[in-house]
Design a binder for this molecule. Sequence first.
Ligand SMILES: Nc1ncnc2c1ncn2[C@@H]1O[C@H](COP(=O)(O)OP(=O)(O)O)[C@@H](O)[C@H]1O
Ligand SMILES: [Mg+2]
Length: 337
Amino acid sequence: MINNARALETAYVPQDLEHREGQIDQLVGELNPLVHGLSGEHSFIFGPSGAGKTTLAKFVVRKLQEESFGVQDAYHNCMSASAKTDVLHGLVNDSGLGKRLPKDGVSTSRYLDCIRDSDDHIVAIVDEVDVLDDETTLIGLSELPNVTLVMITIDEHDFFSDPRFEGRVKSRFRACEKIPLRRYEQHELEDILWSRVDAGLKPGVIDSYVVEYIANKAAGDAREAIILLRRATMRVMHDDRSEITVGDVDAVETGAMEEKRQGHIDSLGTHKRLLYDIIKRTGEISASELRSTYEERSHNPRGDTTRGRYLSALENKYDLITSTGTSRGTTYAVSDI
Ligand SMILES: Nc1ncnc2c1ncn2[C@@H]1O[C@H](COP(=O)(O)OP(=O)(O)O)[C@@H](O)[C@H]1O
Ligand SMILES: [Mg+2]
């Protein structure tokens, strides 16, 4: 029943991105000068979870690399680590430049020098950029002549109105290209599913109304749609049947939501993970209790503002926790699936 299992994985970057032609062109336009040895323009990608932001950035940079010499990609997701040194370390490592550096105790300026000294032009994809601990990371990177930034986050207004970014970051990046991605519409998600079906499954395994049903359940979120498709396929294979039904999709829905959640949890860095684990273990916890437990357990606890930002990312970006009440009276709990 399966032709290519990889095509059903969320990590698989498809040959073509469906319904993102305009946005692909927009990002290509910003980065295209690199093909001619010139510098690119920094840009932002905005949009809700599952709208294809990360995929768009990686797809365009990969295409660019195929067409040009001397362009290197570097990816870092700030949900996995958001201190300046961690972000620079992540980018340097991902681009392969890190081999020249010692493993520990590298200063931020050393990382920046390492990038500057490269003969390549680096396209740095900074994902979930709003979670950065401090704005000098972006300023420092943008000052390097051989770096072009692609910054990704959910909401343009939230990003630029954040007190950390309102000053220097806003004045430096306000004018850059902004690529907004909407949630996918029903028919767009169906097309995304069909391209996975065609690449991954043997003919006749799934009917069009089941594809419609999955797209409808996923409500614009491509990640969720793909997870539903894969899990429904696995269920049918396990039962030794040959066709995916609507009942299969219903049966795997809870597992799919759990998988999506677990993917997000697995990507969390130390501090965000610790905060999440404390909330999960206690069921429900007050802000003050959370703070003291976190400070007790962490070797180098982050301050109130940074911790608050991590909590809000866990809540608003990944939907992992909920908060009720305001300021001192806030309590946190793990969100329902
Ligand atoms: N236009 C598209 N065509 C094909 N697959 C897509 C498209 N957009 C997203 N996907 C797939 O959907 C999943 C979620 O996309 P992702 O880029 O991670 O979303 P975001 O970063 O906005 O949360 C990935 O598996 C990706 O391959
Ligand atoms: Mg993403």
